[in-house]
Write a protein that binds this ligand. Structure first.
Ligand code: HEC
Ligand code: HEC
Length: 174
């Protein structure tokens, strides 16, 4: 009887201790609790790159750190910008999806089925938590895997590509 009661007390203590927002000894407030999955004050499309970076540093990164660590503390204990943006993030001006990210093949392809069988847990976490969470943080509806993951291997420098790029930038806006 006594041991059961003690066990319950310990369990209750453990539960209270696992809530970051309650007066823990370190007094660290959870970013998720403090800010939540809310959109930026002004539409993402209209934000300057500097404002976007500030938003990433102040909100997206700390909240995503908690989500990833909550999913797998060992693997994502030191989650940071590079996990989404890749090692080359500064050279490519934080362009997304980062070419070095894991490739998510288009749905219905053998590659996509292979991904599902190789990474069932990662995919579930991505579908249920990461993708909708990112959409909410950016205020963009129906956010997809393609926001962070390339869907095909980067094409090896073909001369065609440079020409296509030129044509695109020469096109008048509107
Ligand atoms: C969970 C993934 C994730 C993390 C972590 C993250 N970012 Fe981002 N970041 C994105 C995505 C996705 C975009 C592009 C959003 C869009 O336009 O759809 C982006 C866009 C940006 C942009 C804007 C680039 C442009 O040209 O519009 C900057 C700058 C940036 N991130 C910097 C950072 C920095 C610095 C950190 C770390 C403090 C960081 N990001 C952490 C996912 C992430
Ligand atoms: C906000 C950005 C973001 C979005 C959106 C996103 N992912 Fe991810 N994904 C990541 C990050 C970050 C990792 C971890 C990369 C690492 O381990 O460094 C990851 C890892 C993965 C992995 C594991 C790869 C490996 O090598 O272990 C798979 C599989 C995956 N994502 C699939 C998906 C699928 C499918 C979707 C859409 C349903 C999706 N992701 C949407 C950011 C994102």
């Amino acid at each position: 009887m006594k041991t059961v009661a003690l066990g319950l007390v310990l369990l209750a203590m453990a539960c209270a201790g696992s809530k970051p927002a309650t007066s823990g000894s370190k007094g660290k407030v959870s970013a998720m609790d403090a800010m939540g999955l809310t959109p930026p004050d002004s539409p993402w499309e209209q934000m300057s790159v500097a404002d976007r970076e500030f938003y990433m540093i102040g909100k997206v990164n700390p909240i995503m750190q908690e989500l990833f660590a909550g999913h797998d503390a060992e693997e994502y204990g030191d989650f940071d910008c590079v996990d989404c943006h890749g090692e080359e993030m500064r050279e490519i001006d934080f362009k997304m999806p980062a070419p070095s990210m894991y490739i998510v093949p288009p749905e219905g392809t053998p590659g996509h089925r292979g991904m599902l069988s190789t990474f069932p847990e990662a995919v579930a976490f991505m579908e249920e938590v990461v993708t909708p969470g990112m959409g909410k943080l950016l205020g963009i509806e129906n956010y997809t895997c393609a926001g962070c993951h390339p869907s095909e291997a980067p094409k090896k420098k073909k001369p065609k590509k440079a020409a296509a790029k030129k044509r695109k930038s020469a096109k008048p806006k509107g």
